[in-house]
Design a protein around this ligand. Structure first.
Ligand code: PLP
Length: 426
């Protein structure tokens, strides 16, 4: 049968009820699953049979949602995690260990920046932050013999820069390592990084995929395309026997599912950052309408960005949908149907002016959250990054006046009216 389109996968992916079964994905709220003979259970532990035995390793609700996301991204396998942070940690830690090194764009989300620069360092994994605007020569100089992957965000949070996926995939592959892309803001509705050579995709499913601010979650998706065996000396973790799993070699036993199987069989087994099946169910409800919500987010954000650009109280606007934007050409290449609903902008005047603007908004919410059905706003210098000086903010790529506006799917006239009345009181 012909491969289904994204809209159909959003509704039907992962769960195909048989005769008399539940139309909606059931919540298998059970820690464990019953077997009739000891041998049946033993074969599961040996990874010789597929089946459920303990929810930390696999659960039917979680797996159905993971399969839906794998299908949306065009990957061979996916694993749900308890948060986006866990997804990015697992994506890296699945192929990096103490003594290894990787490279990342310096424009990434602050939480990921800290995870990579501070926490992974404590585990002996070093990371070099590069500016994606550097030329190839300067970026390639960051590679070392122990470099294991390259990381970036399709659309960065909060700066809204667009990542040149094809260019960075080529650079990563030239050095024998995979490209990992956090596709949270774009979602597979607007961009499918595997089509541009990316090897592994991650998401904070807390954002658009859920869309209703009901659950914190993440996912790691594997394209199945990276030739681990060609670089076996770089990736012994996948290409040599795993003594903690009866000496099996993931690439030999699982082929293009090696990365995904290792992530579950080793990392989930030992670290256990799974979502509850209840949360996977809520995420699935969000996914059912992702294809309807994303175009509306983009349409509303485009109108708000154009309105902000015309507004004399606004100093600058960063939204790749604007023809004047530095990343517009990249957005047209990778995100031709729209980028996302998030806009970064700066108000003329002091930090206090930005605070006054935020204090006067009406239904738009001041929240740490982003990429939600409701329009929300955050001033990183006063909130998430308030401990940093203006100079430190600039070093982290965040202008002190940056306001992050996440445009929701309410009526566009109401959104602009709320912004207008708040700015009038500045
Ligand atoms: N990646 C991106 C691009 C994000 O914006 C976030 C959170 O804002 C994360 C990862 C972390 O996700 P979570 O908050 O679900 O742990």
């Amino acid at each position: 049968m012909k491969k289904k389109n994204l809209e159909t996968i959003c509704i039907h992916g992962g769960w195909k009820p048989k005769k008399g079964e539940s139309q909606q994905l059931p919540i298998f709220q059970s820690t464990t699953f019953r077997y009739e003979t000891s041998d049946q259970m033993a074969r599961l532990f040996d990874l010789k049979d597929n089946g459920y035995f303990y929810t930390r390793l696999a659960n039917p609700t979680n797996d159905a949602v993971a399969q839906k996301i794998a299908a949306l991204e065009g990957g061979v396998g996916a694993v749900l995690t308890s948060s986006g942070q866990a997804a990015n940690f697992y994506a890296i830690f699945n192929i990096c260990q103490a003594g290894d090194h990787f490279i990342t764009a310096n424009t990434i989300y602050g939480g990921t920046f800290n995870l990579f620069g501070v926490t992974l360092k404590k585990l002996g994994i070093e990371c070099t932050f590069i500016d994606p605007d550097w030329d190839d020569e300067r970026i390639e100089a960051a590679f070392r013999p122990n470099t294991k992957c390259f990381f970036g965000e399709t659309i960065s949070n909060p700066g809204c820069n667009v990542f040149d996926i094809e260019r960075f995939a080529k650079i990563a592959h030239k050095h024998g390592v995979p490209l990992i892309v956090d596709n949270t803001f774009a979602t597979p509705i607007n961009c499918r990084p595997f089509e541009w050579g990316c090897d592994i995709v991650t998401h904070s499913t807390t954002k658009y995929m859920d869309g209703h601010a009901t659950q914190v979650g993440g996912v790691v998706v594997d394209s199945g395309n990276f030739p681990w065996e060609d670089y076996a000396e770089k990736f012994p973790c996948l290409c040599t026997p795993d003594e903690s799993y009866h000496g099996l070699t993931y690439t030999k036993s699982f082929g293009n599912m090696a990365y995904t199987t290792k992530l579950v069989a080793q990392l989930m087994r030992d670290l256990g950052s799974i979502p509850s099946p209840q949360n996977a169910f809520l995420l699935n409800l969000g996914l059912e309408t992702l294809h309807l919500r994303m175009p509306r987010h983009c349409e509303n954000a485009q109108k708000v960005a154009e309105w902000l650009e015309r507004n004399p109280k606004v100093g600058w606007v960063n939204f790749a949908g604007l023809p004047s934007n530095k990343y517009h050409a990249l957005a047209q290449k990778y995100l031709p149907n729209g980028t996302c609903g998030v806009i970064a902008f700066g108000l003329k005047g002091t930090k206090e002016e930005a605070i006054r603007f935020m204090d006067n908004i009406d239904f738009i919410s001041i929240v740490t959250h982003v990429a939600d059905a409701r329009t929300c706003v955050l001033h990183p210098a006063s909130h998430t990054h308030r401990q940093l000086s203006d100079e430190q903010l600039r070093e982290a790529g965040i202008a002190p006046d940056l306001v992050r506006l996440s445009v929701g799917i309410e009526n566009i006239d109401d959104i602009i009216a709320d912004l207008e009345q708040a700015m009038a009181k500045m």
